[in-house]
Design a protein. Sequence first.
Length: 507
Amino acid sequence: MKLDPSAKAITSVALALGTFMQVLDSTIANVSIPTISGNLGVSPDQGTWVITSFAVANGVSVPLTGWLMQRYGVVRTFVFSVLMFTVASFLCGIAWSLPSLVAFRVLQGAVSGPMIPGSQALLIGIFPPEKRGAALAIWSITTLVAPICGPILGGYISDNYTWPWIFFINLPVGLFSAFICWRSLGKSETPTRQLPIDTVGLGLMVTWIGALQIMLDRGKDLDWFASTQIVVLAIIAVVGLIAFIIWELTEQHPIVDLSLFKNWNFTLGTIAMCFGYAVFFGNVVLLPLWLQTQIGYTATWAGLVAAPSGVVAVLISPFVGKYLQRTDARWFAIVAFVAFGTSYFMRAGYVADGDFWSFVMPMLVQGFAMGTFFIALVSIALHGLAPERVPAASGMTNFLRITAGSFATSITTTFWDRHEALHQTRLAEATSIYDPALTQPLQELGSHGLTLTQSVGVLTRGLVNQAYLMSSLDFFWISGWISFALIGVILLARPTHSHGPVTAAAD
């Protein structure tokens, strides 16, 4: 694709904006969940469906990306994806209820699959080989900047405007990106060819992933396996998964190439990436939820707590990319898991009356993990694969990573609520309004004009806050130990060195 320098520059910006918009929407809603759920009249736990619905649909659509690009061309697929994403963003903004918002988020996630790999492929096409490394390095920064901007923008918009604007801001960006890319690249479409598509495998994949996600989302509200609906969903998920594996192993053109798992490094790298990302994403969801619902932070301040980790990741990523090419990627992965684990253990020391910086410091440590995690794990997973298998392997790791993050969101909120109830019960067992230790607080509250019932209500609220704090600390401890345990998985992988820029790290 030959473009003059000015056209190349503006097209690169448009491609980067397409990526930025997609990654932004995976994080911008996180700090806005309490605001959205309150506006729509649902609990914050139900509000997390806004996150999981997008992630699951996005994960399922990733394996289709290669087929779509070969069947319709990279330019058409990318531009159509951006336009549909823009339309879906508008629909999310006008959603009138939680079910409608979840449905539109599913649409948004489903059409967003080709956006990151499409922008990456087109960027490679418009630059000569000697400049592609630098172009991809700059491009990858947008995928790190977006998670920084997501919580800050989401928080600021929720506090100062109305939550639909977290979706409406995509409209001018999406239209600009699609227009520029089509005008500049529309006449340089990549070759297309007729390809078979594994419709049965796709249907089975959607079935078991959808059933499992709904089961995880609804389980805590329906008392899990005491509910017939949950039992049925569990059976569908298990049977669907087994049928999916059998079908994919025997299909000539599988939607997901399970034979990739014969490669030892791919298997271990994918396992470490999925579990590491699941724990990371669970913490990304839990922290702003806890800060806003229990500590009293606004959405803006919750976003500012989360943002510094992204800043650190941006600063160290260029150095990681430089030295990874001549260093065993396993060492970078170990650094990532040590940093993750340290960050989670630091959070396990949180107190309810901690100041802003006490909440931020663990996030700065997490930034070192974010800057090394993705690029190192992708290098490990793709090591030893034939070049023609790398695109399928990259798609597989992204599909499983995104799906793991979605499942982790539901598991995290369920764990948080269940352990809060456990701690509240234990605290209540050791507390009574007749306890002499509570006499003075009750009298002080009474001196401010509160009745005994109101005073007990205030103390009960404090007990609930303490129970949620203890539940959060439990989750942080478990997250830390899982991160350190994954170092063992990394050490089982074969030594590896990167033989070029790892372009899939930020997908």
